[in-house]
Every structure is written in C-alpha cells, then in structure tokens.
Design a protein around this ligand. Sequence first.
Ligand SMILES: Nc1ncnc2c1ncn2[C@@H]1O[C@H](COP(=O)(O)OP(=O)(O)OP(=O)(O)O)[C@@H](O)[C@H]1O
Ligand SMILES: [Mg+2]
Length: 397
Amino acid sequence: MSGRHDHPHEEHQPRQDGRSHPQATVGPGGWQSAVDSGTSGPHGRPGEVSGPHGADGQSGPRAVSGGPSGPDPAQPRGGQQQSPPAVHDLSSAQLLQQVKRPPQSGWRRAIYVASGRTINPGESEADVQRRELIARINQSLHGCYKIAMLSLKGGVGKTTTTTTLGSTFASLRGDRVIAVDANPDRGTLSQKIPLETTATVRHLLRDASRIRKYSDIRSYTSQGPSRLEILASEQDPAVSEAYSEDDYRRTVDLLEHFYNIVLTDCGTGLMHSAMKGVLDNADSLVIVSSGSIDGARSASATLDWLDAHGYRELVGRSVAVINSVRPRAGKVDLDRVGAHFAARCRAVCRIPFDEHLEEGAEIDLDRLGAPARLAALELAATVADEFPHAVSRSGAR
Ligand SMILES: Nc1ncnc2c1ncn2[C@@H]1O[C@H](COP(=O)(O)OP(=O)(O)OP(=O)(O)O)[C@@H](O)[C@H]1O
Ligand SMILES: [Mg+2]
C-alpha cells in the first residue's frame, strides 16, 4: 500500500459537515469501529454533558442543608434550593419538539402531500431501510479510499457496477468520487457518463507536474449528473498497452490529493501491466461475477489467484457482487453461489437485471428500477462499512 499524503495542494477539505469521526458503528459483519469519546474531539457539541453527573447535574443524593454544621453557603438564604439552569437545558434535543419524519414514498407520501403536509403517517419500513443505508454510505472517511473493481471474465458487469457504485457514492456523499479506467484495451467507462473532455489518463500523466489545484485536474475528467467523475483510458489499444504499474501509481498519487474515493475499473484478467499497482494500492476489492456457473467459477478463480499471490488479506476485505446480466437466473442457485463467496469475502451483494443497465449506455441512477436502485444502495453501504477500518490501517502504516 502506498503511504497516505498530507494533501499539501488540497484546496478542498472534504466532509465539512462537522460530523465527528469515526463514529461508533457495528457493521453487518459485526466489526466494531474506532470510537471517538463523545465530547473530547473537536466536534464535541457544547451543552452535551458527559461523565458521572446525570442530566440534572447531580451525582448522588443531595446534601441535606441546615444540618449540624449550619446552613450550606451555596444555598440561597432562607429560600428553596435552586440549582442554576444547566447549559444542557438549552440543547437542541431538549428544545426542539420531536418531529415525525415525513414519508418518502408510497401511499404514505401520497397522503402527506395530498393533505398539504398536515397528515403525516410517518415513514414506511422501506423509507427507514433507505435512510439507514444512506447513513452507512455516509460514514466518514479520512484520506482517500481506493476500490479496485475486478473479475477474470469479461462482460460480467465490471464497468456497469463501477459506474453504479461510484454514482451512488457521489450522489449521496458530500465529497469527491472518481472512477478511473485501467482497462488495457479500450475501456468503456467513459461511455457511462456524458463526456466533457477527450482528455485521458495519458494526458493527465503528461501534464502531472502542472496539476496544483482541483480545477487543474477537473479539466481532465468528465462529470456525470450524479457528480461522479471519470478519468478515461487511452482509446488507442497500441498506446494503452503501455499503461504500466508505475503509470497507475503516479495516477493514484495525483488523484488521492483531490478525491476521497477512487474506484478503478480494471481490465479483464489479472496479468496486465497496471494490475500489481492496482492491487497494491487498493483498500478493498469488489469482485464482480455474473450469475452463471462459468461467471462464478471465474470469480472464484480470481480469489484463488489473489490468495496465491499474497493478497489474502485484501480478499478478506473484499465484497463479491453477483450481477445479473440476464433477466432470469435460469437454474443456477444464486443463494449457493452467494454462500460460496460469503465464505471467502467480507460480504456478498447482488445486483438484479435492470433494463436501464442493459442498455449499456450512460447510466442515470434516476432511471434504475427500484430493485436495482436498492441493490446499488446496499452495495455502497456494504463497501462503506469498511471505511472506518481504513483509518486504523493507515495509522498502522
Ligand atoms: N445488472 C445488469 N442488468 C442488465 N444488464 C446488465 C447489467 N450489468 C451489465 N449488464 C449488461 O452487460 C453488458 C456488459 O457489462 P459491462 O460492460 O459492465 O461488463 P464488463 O465486465 O465491464 O465488460 P468488459 O470485460 O468488456 O470490460 C452491459 O453493456 C449491459 O448491457
Ligand atoms: Mg468493462
């Protein structure tokens, strides 16, 4: 893994929402993340009382005044005991009425809107699930988290999944997300969002010494409606063959100054020139498999290869994705395929067949069907569950 940078050129400080980092979370895998003590960090909220004293500022039974040693000088003379109002009394939680969250979808939403927002039936289970997924997706992140998207087999949906995952992060998080095309042969990542530039990674590397600010790098990327940016690969196969491990490392060294999440859409196969750089730099992998038997075998072989080449720990942090590139699974038992990957990876997610994804053109999250949209949220939340662990790994480096 490369060392993390202090981001000397960074003009943008991501995550300026005042959230404290990292929060106490227990992911679905039962991992306990690092915990900030409630009020010790820079974001400790004034007015929050912690420690042995209760909310009323008392630590035990009150001292009885007027005992043998005379009246307590701290008490107002001759009157009732009056404790000064605690700062806590003015905390937002005390002063704001608890408002039921408005529903986001379905008949509940219809009633809420039709009644001019006077009747609030509350959130549905789906709303709550969505809100919780979004909270997981927004877990705080220090530095730059690098995700490599790979599979041994072609056409299983790496590029589609890269764009869907990256767009989901970009649309919901406040920070910057970029997807890099590391395909050795004419990658299609740049076809998944409207192109703003014909510049490629090759141009960026050529001009690397001139990149100082985010606006400098932005002229080499295209940005989709979700805010996901894409750095295209060289489209001339003869040239792109020369995209080496060192080129990839230089690319990531540049990107990590300006982006919080870097997804790399790897080419098919593990032997191409940039792959060692991709794997050595990755915080986690997303291994994409189709729902077919040959697809699952290839994905499993990918894991074998990674295990055998010193990336066992990385595999343990990885998420397997079973992507349905066909409308029906046929006779393949996807639960068993999932169980196979669950034994080897941190988590398994499924992306259903989706008519908009099938088009193979630009991806617009708003055009995804509800199941694929939910799947994208679940995948992003699952990947984000590892974010707090990247902090401890970078601390250990
Ligand atoms: N979830 C899905 N639902 C429907 N169709 C899909 C889905 N995922 C992928 N596809 C279809 O599969 C095609 C291939 O997907 P994609 O280009 O993402 O695969 P890939 O693994 O990147 O391929 P390559 O190895 O050539 O880079 C897409 O153009 C699209 O038509
Ligand atoms: Mg591809």
